[in-house]
Design a binder for this molecule. Structure first.
Ligand code: AGP
Length: 614
């Protein structure tokens, strides 16, 4: 996710100030950085930007390091266009009088860009962002000033943004606006600050306004004005920050893992954004795959590691049900040495959060050598897997800092569901009405995940007792089994308690011998067709004195605390989409058990975020 800082006020070297503040947002992840300042005498906008770490930029500033005046700075986490100098922010209009930084995605940028090109604008980047600054320039021709032009331009864009704009036309002003992406104002005396997150401004002020979606802001050294986009005045309460910097960078949460768990309603929305039409049909403007190519595939192989592999397990169940075509899921480290049966009639789907996992990258190369068409579902833009695959779908989860993957998994699932619906639609397996019904359910997921998150206090209490368990089993059937695998991985990696997932029907073929007091068995019962079978499996556990926790849909009458020790009830959707709702309480359970045991949650022992060795 991009980082934004801004400053208006009288301090010397505002450039250095906004870059220092930006450094405190490095935890958000980025691939390039840039700064713009409006030097006050004979106002001029000066911009400098560089790919790579902030140090690349600060090392190249020269005299600009000492410049004062309204300043904005940005770290870019690439979404549209490679991470290079030209695509870094700020972007400027043709005249160079306006500079803009942006966090988010302008969805209709291609249409806007065509119009602006026809109107004679020239572009110097591949980004969606640059379109907006040219649009402001265009609207200036028919507006009475920058503010009106900016409001008019924003009214024409769809998508998500927080933006900051400086211009030599109003040298002591920063304009800002926010929809889905975060933006705060730090209030000073004779100076004001803007930032994506509170830690950026904490050295200077602890008085903060947290902006809400739809806010339009004008800040000067002495004044902050907040209105709607249409100009109606708004009031935001001043928030007094009492956290330390480390807590603040985690959004007030104790760990990044918990923060990232709570980001999931938003990240799921971000994955869906731009992939669903007004009529609820699935669209992937980024895919070049033709209908003929899709019909040419007689099998799908899915290759990934760890959590991404578990997302692939869910996709296998979904694709086989929907597309009636064989789907094989392989662990990448096995796939690459297995002389896999793959040819030009194979669609190989490669899933990776980092896009750098060595085994997954090698598997991608192996699939390509054998003639498969490769489609990568990746989070990190411009990563090796994204670059080498024939087709890429980004999950837009934003940087995931906790080693234990949470929001990457649920966004991978959303992307994979969309791919399945897209293929089914292209092959005429599903009519528009059915697709629309499924899409409606996907669109409801963010609100449902937000409901699940409310189970936090209940799960925290449950975790206190369960942290004393010697071992865990996670049991499920079908989709639930796939989720059980991810739940077991989550628990073992952050709590260091032994945990295993089993297909529930397999327990009686051996592992049931291990069930005894002290062993906790978590039973998933979210799949209607398999529900009765699952009940029998639960009874097998409780009859052996194992502790049993059930995860069921709200309204389920079959399992209650007469039959198991604890029941977690989650909102209901189509069985296919239940994995997204079912994993969230398990992420929280793993987190709170690890917290109760005092583990190093964000960086568990022996593990790395990106595994770039075999
Ligand atoms: C999950 O919590 C782990 N961090 C790990 O299993 C991870 O999913 C795996 O290493 C794959 O990483 P990738 O998605 O970046 O390829």
């Amino acid at each position: 996710m991009c980082g934004i800082t801004g400053y208006v006020g009288g301090r010397a070297s505002s450039v250095r100030l906004v870059l220092d503040n930006l450094k405190r947002l490095e935890y958000r992840g980025y691939d390039s950085a840039g700064v713009a300042v409006v030097t006050p005498n004979s106002p001029t906008v000066t911009v400098m930007k560089k790919a790579g770490k902030l140090a690349n930029l600060t090392g190249s500033l020269g005299d600009l390091a000492f410049a004062s005046g309204a300043a904005i700075a940005h770290t870019r986490w690439a979404t549209h266009g490679r991470p290079n100098d030209g695509n870094a922010h700020p972007h400027t209009d043709c005249s160079g009088r306006i500079a803009l930084i942006h966090n988010g995605i302008i969805e209709n940028y291609l249409d806007l860009k065509d119009d602006l090109l026809a109107q004679g604008h020239t572009f110097s980047s591949d980004t969606d962002t640059e379109v907006l600054v040219h649009l402001i320039e265009e609207r200036l021709k028919t507006s009475d000033g920058l503010e009106t032009a900016l409001r008019s331009a924003l009214a024409s864009v769809t998508g998500a943004y927080s933006i900051c704009v400086v211009s030599e036309m109003e040298p002591d002003v920063i304009y800002a606006a926010k929809t889905a992406s975060p933006l705060i104002i730090g209030l000073g005396e004779g100076e004001n600050f803007l930032a994506s997150d509170i830690p950026a401004v904490m050295e200077y002020t602890r008085r903060v306004l947290v902006l809400e979606d739809g806010d339009f802001v004008k800040i000067t050294p002495d004044q902050v004005t907040i209105t709607t986009l249409e100009g109606a005045p708004l009031q935001r309460d001043v928030f007094a920050v009492t956290w330390d910097v480390s807590t603040a960078s985690k959004g007030g949460y104790d760990h990044f893992m918990l923060k990232e768990i709570h980001e999931q309603p938003q990240t799921i929305r971000d994955t869906l954004r731009g992939r669903v039409s007004d009529t609820n049909q699935v669209m992937f403007p980024e895919l070049k795959l033709s209908r003929e190519q899709l019909l040419n595939f007689n099998r799908i192989v899915i290759v990934a590691c760890g959590t991404a592999y578990h997302a692939g397990m869910v996709a296998k169940h979904f694709y086989e049900a929907l597309l009636r075509r064989p789907v094989e899921v392989s662990v990448a480290s096995e796939f690459r040495y297995s002389d896999p049966i793959v040819d030009q009639h194979t669609l190989a789907i490669i899933i990776s959060q980092s896009g750098e996992t060595a085994d997954t990258l090698a598997a991608l190369r192996e699939a390509k050598v054998k003639g498969a068409t490769t489609l990568a579902v990746v989070n990190v833009v411009g990563s090796s897997i994204a670059r080498e695959a024939d087709e890429v779908i980004y999950t837009y989860a934003g940087p995931e800092i906790s080693v234990a993957s949470t929001k990457a998994y649920t966004t991978q699932l959303v992307a994979l569901y969309l791919v399945g619906l897209f293929i089914a639609e292209q092959e005429n397996r599903l009519g528009p009405t059915v697709v629309s019904d499924y899409v409606e359910l996907l669109k409801a997921l963010p609100a449902q995940v937000a409901e699940v998150l409310k189970l936090g206090p209940e799960i925290k209490e449950l975790a206190q007792g369960l942290s004393k368990s010697s071992s865990f089993f996670f049991l499920g059937r079908g989709f639930d089994y796939a989720v059980a695998m991810e739940a077991a991985l989550k628990l073992k990696e952050v709590s260091y308690i032994h945990a295993e997932a089993y297909a529930a029907g397999e327990m009686k073929h051996g592992p049931l011998a291990l069930v005894e007091p002290g062993v906790t068995v978590v039973c998933f019962a979210t799949q209607s067709a398999l529900y009765d079978k699952m009940l029998s499996n639960v009874k097998e556990i409780t009859a052996r004195d194992g502790g049993a926790v059930a995860l069921v849909k709200e309204g389920d009458e079959g399992l209650d605390t007469r039959s198991v020790d604890s029941v977690l009830r989650i909102p209901s959707t189509h069985d296919w989409f239940m994995p997204i709702l079912a994993i969230v309480p398990m992420q929280m359970l793993a987190y709170y058990i690890a917290a109760a045991l005092g583990r190093e949650i964000d960086q568990p022992r022996n593990l790395a975020k990106s595994v770039t060795v075999e």
